[in-house]
Write a protein that binds this ligand. Structure first.
Ligand code: ISE
Length: 338
């Protein structure tokens, strides 16, 4: 481990980018934010002003050329990721890239190719649930084999509300994408086919959004996974999973935080967004990325994991449109990611 504090450029100063700047500055150790980048100059300037020794840029390439920048955290919108990733790889900089890796499988393959040319992993993708303590316990339990073979995984993913620009397609690519990654990681299996069922839309959903939806995955290990995706449930942010195995079941995400008993009722609180629900996971994710980068390593979810999710999302969107079962087309896994 080098003694040098890692200088990080945070690209994208929206909600996630700003939260990561706060995290790197005030929560984790071993790194500091030396640059922020946003095409919105005023927003970049305003965020840079909150952090000592931080320069604001409107162009990611200029930030990467700054000698104070040793690593890059990408939190810009998905369509901007490919160019930033390719530039970071060209400079051999460690990257933590918020999901999605890129918006589609074809561009994700270009990123994989560039990383393979470099000859070593440099990209960690921000599938933060892999750092959540409950998800980690579920994965360890399934991996131990104590419950036997997993047969079913029931998932629920509920948001309070979504922006008006949210589309049916985004239900898959922006939200169910997490369950795609979790399924692959928890079961250590690839998803082979997707189906989507749509009940009558909730009257609380914005005009034109078919919400909720039920998404079904088949895996190459013979498991079946169902995901209730309800983006406008109105009451809270809930992410739950239950694995049904040959020898028992295991459930996470019940949110058993503070429980109260009063006035003849008992109850607890439901978190309202993912920043609150996964705060610890984000902290652990970024700390682990920083620690690995300072050791000269890249760990955690790889660019391959980003690509695999994009490939399943494409099948998912086709299944949404056609109402049919759609098979996933996945490239062969390159040696670098085995
Ligand atoms: C959002 O973009 C996220 O990534 C959250 O983790 C997810 O729960 C939410 O549904 C998405 O909209």
């Amino acid at each position: 481990m080098t003694d040098r504090t890692l200088g990080v450029a945070v690209i994208g100063t929206g909600m996630m980018g700003a939260d990561h700047v706060r995290r790197i500055d005030r929560v984790i150790s071993g790194a500091r934010v030396t640059a922020v980048v946003d095409i919105d100059e005023e927003r970049a300037d305003a965020l840079a002003a909150t952090t000592e020794g931080c320069t604001a840029y409107t162009d990611h390439a200029a930030a990467m050329a700054d000698p104070a920048v040793d690593a890059v955290l990408i939190a810009s919108p998905g369509p901007a990721h490919e160019a930033a990733l390719l530039d970071a790889l060209a400079r051999d900089l460690p990257v933590l890239c918020e999901k999605p890796l890129t918006p589609d499988a074809e561009s994700a393959l270009r990123v994989l190719e560039a990383e393979q040319k470099l000859g070593r992993r440099r990209i960690q993708v921000g599938w933060m649930r892999r750092f959540d303590s409950e998800y980690l316990r579920l994965r360890a339990l399934l991996e131990s084999g104590e419950l036997g073979r997993p047969l079913l995984l029931h998932c629920r993913h509920r948001n309070v509300r979504v922006h008006d620009y949210f589309t049916d397609e985004m239900l898959i690519t922006d939200a169910v994408a997490h369950e795609i990654d979790c399924t692959r990681w928890l079961l250590d299996q690839e998803i082979t086919a997707v189906r989507v069922l749509r009940p009558v839309p909730s009257s609380g959903a914005p005009e034109g959004l078919s919400d909720p939806q039920l998404v079904l995955f088949e895996t190459d290990g013979g498991a079946v996974v169902n995901v209730e995706m309800f983006a406008t449930c109105g009451f809270g942010y809930q992410v739950q999973a239950e694995a049904v195995c040959e020898g028992g079941t295991a459930r996470i995400g019940e949110g058993h935080g503070l429980m109260t008993n009063t006035a003849g009722r008992w109850g607890g609180e439901i978190t309202q967004d993912f920043i609150a629900r996964f705060a610890d996971a984000y902290d652990r994710e970024v700390q682990s990325w920083v620690d690995a980068a300072r050791r000269g390593e890249t760990t955690g979810p790889s660019a391959w994991d980003g690509y695999a999710v994009a490939a399943v999302c494409e099948a998912g969107v086709r299944a949404q449109v056609s109402g049919e079962r759609v098979e996933v087309s996945l490239a062969e896994r390159p040696a670098l990611y085995r």
